[in-house]
Design a protein around this ligand. Structure first.
Ligand SMILES: N[C@@H](CCC(=O)N[C@@H](CS)C(=O)NCC(=O)O)C(=O)O
Length: 207
């Protein structure tokens, strides 16, 4: 069986749980405690060269690291990744943009807020917000008059790009100004077998 190493609040790991659910693939879940330093333990370092989650352990014992690489691996040959070379390159462009422009700029202020460090790190947060808002504006512009990021269907580009964006308010981003993004996130979260970050918290809107 596939094994996913993740952590409870990791948006990068959440991407993989969404796709595994949408593909109907059974997997074993191993949830690490990042705060306790689990990702830097020798046993985990042996399978995760970058000392981070998510890691997908294949049935033959080979690990796949980096959320984008895991999504690409799992989505091959499925409707979530186009066969056409150009459209596939378009999907890749969103995966790279998400990692370079969205993920860190959203994730870092989110962590600072969630762990009560925001007041002491206002200047850092302002720097991440400045970059993050530029990326969000580009995304919002692209979604103006488009339903999905690539082609006319939901792909792993939408899945990957929407996860941290949907959590941005937790990092102090004012998201109400991005109407296109708001409607798109709702469409993504309405896809069959989409799963929330923390299932037990979804109803209570804890996160
Ligand atoms: N580019 C990586 C980022 C992974 C990442 O930042 N993982 C975080 C949790 S979301 C982590 O494991 N942090 C632990 C650490 O840095 O010690 C990916 O997309 O998988």
């Amino acid at each position: 069986m596939l094994r996913l190493y993740d952590s409870r609040l990791s948006g990068n790991s959440w991407k993989i749980r969404i796709l595994l659910s949408q593909l109907g693939l059974p997997y074993e879940r191993v949830t690490l405690d990042i705060g306790k330093g689990d990702t830097h333990e020798p046993d985990f370092r042996a399978i995760s060269r970058f000392e981070r989650v998510p890691v997908l352990m294949l049935e033959d014992g080979r690990p796949v690291v980096e959320s984008g690489a895991i999504l690409l691996y799992l989505a091959q040959g499925t409707p979530y990744l186009p066969d056409d070379g150009y459209l596939r390159a378009e999907v890749l462009s969103w995966l790279f943009f998400e990692q370079a422009d969205l993920q860190k700029n959203i994730a870092t202020p989110r962590v600072l807020h969630l762990y009560g460090m925001a007041d002491d790190r206002q200047q850092d947060i302002a720097r991440f917000h400045a970059e993050g808002y530029l990326a969000l504006e580009k995304l919002d512009r692209w979604l103006h008059e488009r339903t999905w990021l690539v082609d006319e269907r939901y792909t792993i580009a939408d899945l990957a790009a929407s996860t941290y964006v949907s959590l941005a308010a937790q990092g102090g981003y004012a998201m109400s100004r991005f109407a296109g993004i708001g409607a798109w996130v709702t469409r993504v979260q309405g896809q069959p077998r989409w799963v929330p970050l923390i299932p037990e918290a979804a109803a209570a809107s804890e996160l």
